[in-house]
Design a protein around this ligand. Structure first.
Ligand SMILES: Nc1ncnc2c1ncn2[C@@H]1O[C@H](COP(=O)(O)OP(=O)(O)OP(=O)(O)O)[C@@H](O)[C@H]1O
Length: 298
């Protein structure tokens, strides 16, 4: 289990902000073996800073990262797979050669590195590019190589900074399948993303960070349960003004009135809707992760 406890980090000030910048103001969360954890937040919220501290690239002012119950050390981190925000590949090295090279750097034997690289090249759809230099690849394909490099040594934990950004839908599915497979094998996976539908689809748990603080964390259903859903009512041929005084908004599409409301007396609304016209739809809709996110960071 990876435990991140009360991380705090202030960056020293420069000429533009002499007072410095509090990037992390007490970030805590836990990622269990086999859990896919989506780390979301607005630009500048503190996701990259947190992941850098987990990987030992940056030091926290205070707080702790523990792995398997012990403070995380250098040897543990060597077994982690990391995709940093600043991508780093040898531009002139060929794709297969590069992935194998990083595999060997991470301690794989030559045969193992070749096998792992060949597998990832196949899985991530890089087969036709295997002998191309990285600099000749599109950005999305470079991203696939970067991911292969993070995955090649069969890491014990995966920490990925926006791994899905810039990938086409086919590559998104291919990467998602690889990560799900690693997760099923017991690996905790943390990834940051602004693609909330993807996070909702893939992740067991989500952490929403805002201005250096964790404002919500839990499974998507736990986060949903904390929010009241939206009641949606569609009434055909409704008497104009039937929803006057009710909370929420009414939109009119042709001969249909659509009321969307939260926290209202649903039975009262149903009675009024039935009196007003023909009720075509009446139902509570669960908030999406995007709605939960907007509410949490508001
Ligand atoms: N080296 C640094 N020096 C000064 N301030 C920094 C440094 N690195 C990050 N920050 C500041 O810390 C805050 C958190 O940045 P961070 O990169 O962690 O955010 P993020 O959530 O990853 O954002 P994004 O979604 O845009 O990648 C920001 O206000 C950023 O400007």
């Amino acid at each position: 289990m990876l435990e991140i406890s009360d991380l705090r980090k202030r960056f020293a000030g420069g000429p533009e902000a002499p007072e410095g910048k509090v990037a992390l103001d007490g970030i805590s969360f836990t990622v269990r073996p086999g859990e896919m954890y989506g780390f979301v937040g607005a630009n500048g919220a503190g996701k990259t800073t947190t992941m850098r501290i987990v990987m030992g690239v940056l030091q926290a002012d205070s707080g702790e990262v523990r792995w398997q119950g012990r403070p995380l050390g250098y040897d543990d981190r060597k077994r982690f797979g990391y995709m940093p925000e600043e991508r780093g590949l040898y531009q002139k090295m060929k794709v297969a050669e590069q992935i194998e090279y990083f595999g060997r750097l991470q301690g794989l034997g030559t045969g193992e590195a070749k096998k792992a690289a060949a597998d990832l090249i196949e899985r991530l759809g890089l087969g036709e590019r295997r002998n191309d230099a990285v600099q000749a690849l599109s950005l999305g394909n470079q991203q696939r190589v970067q991911l292969a490099v993070a995955l090649v040594h069969d890491p014990a934990v995966l920490v990925l900074d926006e791994p899905f950004s810039g990938l086409d839908p086919i590559a998104v599915d291919a990467l998602a399948a690889v990560l799900q497979e690693r997760c099923r094998g017991g690996v905790p996976v943390i990834f940051s993303s602004h693609q909330l539908e993807l996070v909702e689809r893939l992740c067991d748990s989500v952490g929403i960070v805002s201005a250096g603080r964790m404002v919500a964390t839990g499974t998507v259903s736990e986060l949903r349960a904390a929010e009241s859903g939206t009641l949606r009512v569609v009434v055909r041929d409704a008497t104009p003004g039937w929803a006057d005084g009710l909370p929420g908004t009414v939109t009119i599409e042709g001969d249909r009135h659509i009321l969307a409301t939260t926290g209202a007396d649903d039975q009262e609304i149903l009675r009024r809707a039935m009196k007003a016209g023909h009720v075509e739809y009446f139902g509570a809709e669960q908030p999406s992760l995007t709605e939960i996110f907007k509410e949490a960071v508001a």
